[in-house]
Design a protein around this ligand. Structure first.
Ligand code: GLY
Length: 413
């Protein structure tokens, strides 16, 4: 009896020690990464000066110098989003003020209808603002932005048009209603707009678009086609192809990460188990195709038999299996959330391992280097010969989001 009580007490003490050292390790990791990201972003802010509509950080050039874009590109919302996550991680007013300033510089975009990326542009900025430091005008701006995005929805195709016009890489097909898997990410703003305004229209558009994505972008193994072009008279699919992936039949890893993240969000917003099932199966495809270091190649099928880049795509002459840290960061953040809904401990473990790898010297830059971005080694669009093995502002955004999600995770506390 005495022996078993002693044994029981020893186990309790030992597991307490182990648990404590896990907490300690986790807290140290979060603290160190937060401090680094804050210091690096300070340098970025010094370099940028005040927001002027044209200086949203995107990547670096061949000399390693910062490249910025104007606000009409698809990426201006990410830098304000990074500032919001730094505010969330540090609770320092300095970051809130910077985040407000950079977010509010994007207000003119609320009426923008030139492409589908308004969700990235306005939700990563104003969406985070609304959650972390709400103001009534932020909500009005989000609803107006959702209205602008909805103007690209077509009832016949049951989809939001991503781009206005595109040609296939072999030059043989013209697309007038191209939809890309990335578009799943713009739907979160529509759910927010329905909640704010009470107008279910935005919610319904998000659901119809997601359902079309399941029907037309996903293969039987839950890998994905990047682009689907629709006939706007019949609503039928004209062609399935790629724009940023290796070949029309390949799976572009960032696109697959958008799918996992997008359907996890769909489940959160609707509680429809169909979306959870899609998120899980597309995540499983992603995970079972990962290399040992858990950082995805830029396309899962580069150089494989049965896959061939075509025409003007730069992938025709370049088929190195480069890593894409941006795809890894998106997937990492998505897995933290999906792990909760799917009750799959292995997703959370994978997310922690991915985050640890991204934060290692293999992917995290040194202070003051890498154009003052946090992560190295992403691929923007290899077929377009742009941003190959470069930092990308959205890789940093999802890295910081993953850090926030890791911090919020209660299991280890
Ligand atoms: N269009 C978004 C991306 O490049 O992932």
């Amino acid at each position: 009896m005495k022996i078993s009580i002693c044994f029981y007490i020893s186990v309790l003490i030992l597991s307490g020690i182990i648990n404590y050292s896990c907490i300690d390790k986790k807290e140290k990791f979060i603290k160190e990464n937060t401090e680094f990201a804050a210091a690096q972003t300070h340098l970025m802010l010094e370099q940028l000066g005040e927001p002027d509509g044209k200086n949203y950080p995107r990547t670096t050039d061949e000399e390693g110098e910062l490249v910025t874009t104007d606000m009409y590109e698809w990426t201006p919302g990410f830098f304000p989003g990074n500032l919001w996550y730094l505010y969330e991680l540090t609770q320092e007013d300095y970051w809130r003020k910077q985040a407000e300033k950079w977010t509010e510089s994007l207000e003119p975009l609320k009426t923008f209808t030139g492409h589908h990326d308004l969700g990235f542009m306005m939700y990563c900025s104003y969406g985070n603002a609304s959650k972390l430091a709400p103001k009534p005008e932020y909500e009005a701006i989000l609803v107006e932005s959702a209205e602008s995005l909805s103007s690209r929805y077509n009832e016949t195709t049951q989809s939001i048009k991503s781009w206005n016009y595109r040609k296939s890489w072999n030059g043989q097909v013209e697309c007038f209603f191209p939809v890309i898997v990335d578009n799943m990410m713009n739907l979160e703003m529509l759910f927010a707009a329905s909640k704010i305004s009470g107008n279910k229209k935005y919610y319904d558009i998000a659901v119809k678009h997601a359902n079309s994505t399941i029907k037309n972008h996903l293969r039987d193994d839950f890998s994905s086609f990047h682009v689907v072009d629709y006939d706007t008279i019949t609503g039928n699919v004209n062609i399935r192809m790629t724009s940023q992936g290796y070949s029309d039949n390949s799976t572009w890893s960032r696109g697959q990460a958008w799918i996992v993240y997008g359907f996890t969000m769909m489940y959160r917003e609707t509680k429809d188990p169909v979306y959870l099932d899609v998120a899980v199966k597309s995540a499983d495809y992603f995970i079972r195709n990962l290399p040992d270091d858990l950082i995805a190649p830029w396309d899962f099928n580069v150089g494989q038999e049965g896959y061939a880049a075509e025409g003007n795509s730069y992938a025709v002459q370049y088929n190195e299996k480069l890593k894409d840290a941006s795809a890894a960061a998106i997937m990492c953040s998505a897995l933290f959330e999906l792990g909760k809904y799917a009750e799959r401990k292995n997703y959370t473990e994978q997310a922690v391992n991915m985050l640890t790898e991204l934060a290692s010297p293999a992917y995290r830059a040194k202070l003051g280097e890498n154009g003052n971005f946090i992560l190295m080694h992403s691929v923007g669009s290899l077929p377009h010969k742009t941003e190959i093995d470069k930092p990308l502002v959205y890789a940093d955004y999802y890295f910081l989001e993953a850090l926030v999600r890791y911090k919020e995770m209660r299991e280890n506390r």
